[in-house]
Design a protein around this ligand. Structure first.
Ligand code: ADP
Ligand code: MG
Length: 512
């Protein structure tokens, strides 16, 4: 190598070298002392190994000149670890070239030592067969794969669930600290599966020796919510003890997304169905109403049957109102969207509605300083009406309804899993919330409230169209809705409407 120093190597202090040789000279492994990258000493086993017959074949020669080119960087880095960082450097698989040119595999260890007062690298090497070398390499590759795997991998003893080995991804998954898990049991750490699922899993491992891709619920270190993981397990024997290797991936997010997708597809399907029927039904109602009016017009006004005919008209109008709600839900009505002052709309419509809600209902308004939203004012009133009626129905003995508005910017993380629809358009919104302190909803009820005709009210009291209509209007207005409610402790319905773009707001006159 051209950059190599060709000057003779300064010899090591002879007395110290002699004592060193007395210890290492006849050792049956290759021992060398490397000074500044060059051979300063080689024991007998080393000379035999290299096929050297005299010291000038190696003394002062560079170690790297005996290794294949591709190993040179590795050798240099190990030597610098030893000589500059004064640290031990293992070389799991290296190769050396004998004087006759043949290559052989070695496993080596380099250690900093001091001979007299000179610091050198002591290199102890053992020839290994190609198979041993391949195994060492495979071992190292496996260890790398184990450490770098994005899936959590853990090996536990079957008897007591003691952790024998775990990778960083598993620690991230379970919230454990890699430095402190060794020798502890899953129980100690508080990492748990649901008991019945764990039992089922163990039974299947016992029976089949392995389990592939099962979705299980688990809890991270220190408790908390149950999350979902996709788990594969393989049984194996470690140090004569039955153990299991488990590979796990968190799929909580995926499952939530899928559930939302299913829900929104269901709502779309029901919406299409309802919309189709509502249109035809509306046409029929128009015919009924028109003909009834014709009959009324043809009759003398004193005819007693007039009252009956007027009842038909009233019923037809109520039916038409219902179909309008269905159309709203199916999002097939036409909206007149324009910048709307939400606070003003809510205040005006609200005060009017308070009266029809009946006695016993108190109101509290908390209207924030919010920009105009892009919406259909009439539909906003419809939403308010439906929400207020529901709030009142939830408080049969009366109570407080709170109404709140606030400007909020929405990101993909803003909503919990129960928000309608799956994709969230980030941006500026105005949130308005209707809060009641009524009986609230069970999780089962909450899961269905937006479906048309879903009602928990007695026959004749509820149509099940209130929230379905609200849902349709909000979706059609590019907004979001979600409900926060637990049985027994009231309900908050949050509606998000998009802020109107500035150009479309009535801007104050800037001209002078
Ligand atoms: P309806 O009011 O005709 O039953 P909705 O679509 O308005 O239909 O509501 C569906 C169901 O949702 C109700 O029957 C009720 O169980 C539940 N619900 C809606 N709003 C509330 C609320 N504020 N508090 C408790 N439950 C509610
Ligand atoms: Mg209702």
């Amino acid at each position: 190598m051209s950059e190599h120093d060709r000057s003779p190597l300064e010899p090591l202090p002879p007395d110290s070298l002699a004592s060193y040789d007395a210890v290492f000279g006849e050792l049956p492994v290759m021992v060398a002392l490397i000074r500044d990258g060059r051979f300063a000493y080689l024991n007998r086993a080393g000379q035999r190994g290299m096929g050297a017959t005299s010291s000038d074949q190696w003394l002062g020669h560079y170690l790297e000149s005996f290794s294949p080119d591709e190993d040179v960087p590795l050798i240099r880095s190990r030597l610098s670890t030893v000589q500059e960082a004064h640290a031990i450097a293992p070389l799991r698989h290296g190769r050396l070239r004998r004087l006759d040119g043949t290559l052989f595999d070695v496993e080596a260890m380099m250690v900093p030592v001091v001979i007299g007062d000179v610091g050198v690298a002591q290199c102890i090497a053992r020839e290994v067969t190609p198979r041993q070398r391949a195994l060492a390499q495979a071992d190292e590759q496996f260890a790398t794969a184990f450490r770098a795997s994005p899936d959590g991998i853990v090996i536990v003893r079957a008897r007591d669930l003691t952790i024998l080995e775990a990778n960083p991804a598993w620690c991230a998954l379970t919230g454990c600290d890699l430095a402190t898990i060794e020798g502890r049991t899953l129980g100690d750490l508080g990492v748990a599966l649901k008991p019945d699922e764990q039992q089922e899993l163990l039974t299947r491992i016992e029976r089949d020796g392995r389990v592939r891709d099962v979705a299980l619920q688990y809890r991270r270190e220190g408790g908390g919510e149950w999350r979902w993981a996709l788990v594969s397990v393989e049984s194996l024997v470690v140090d004569g003890e039955r153990s299991v290797l488990a590979i796990a991936r968190d799929v909580t997010e995926d499952r939530m997304l899928q559930a939302r997708l299913r829900q929104s597809q269901k709502m779309d399907a029901v919406g299409q169905l309802a919309g189709g029927i509502a249109h035809d039904f509306n046409n029929l109602l128009t015919v009924i109403r028109a003909n009834t009016e014709l009959v009324i017009g043809d009759l003398p006004s004193a005819e007693p049957v007039q009252d009956d005919l007027n009842s038909i008209i009233e019923a037809v109008d109520r039916a038409a109102a219902l179909t309008r709600q269905l159309l709203a839900f199916s999002r097939t009505q036409s909206l007149d969207t324009r910048p709307v002052d939400l606070n003003d709309t809510l205040r005006t419509a609200g005060h009017m509605m308070v009266r029809i809600l009946g006695p016993g209902i108190a109101f509290e308004w908390r209207l924030g300083d919010v920009p105009f939203v892009l919406a259909d004012r009439g539909q906003v009133e419809q939403i308010l009406m439906n929400l207020l009626v529901n709030a009142r129905d939830a408080m049969p003995d009366g109570g407080l309804i709170e109404l709140e508005t606030a400007a909020e910017s929405v990101t993909a993380e803003t909503f919990s899993e129960q928000v309608t629809g799956i994709s969230v358009e980030p941006g500026d919104y105005v949130r308005w919330t209707v809060i009641d302190h009524g009986h609230g909803m069970s999780p089962e009820t909450r899961a269905h409230v937006f479906e048309p005709f879903f009602t928990t009210k007695e026959q004749g009291r509820g149509t099940g169209l209130g929230l379905a209509t609200v849902y349709g209007i909000v979706k059609q207005s590019q907004g979001y809705i979600w409900i926060d409610s637990t049985a027994g402790s009231g309900t908050s319905v949050h509606v998000y409407l998009p802020v109107a773009p500035p150009a479309r707001c009535a801007a104050p006159d800037q001209s002078r």
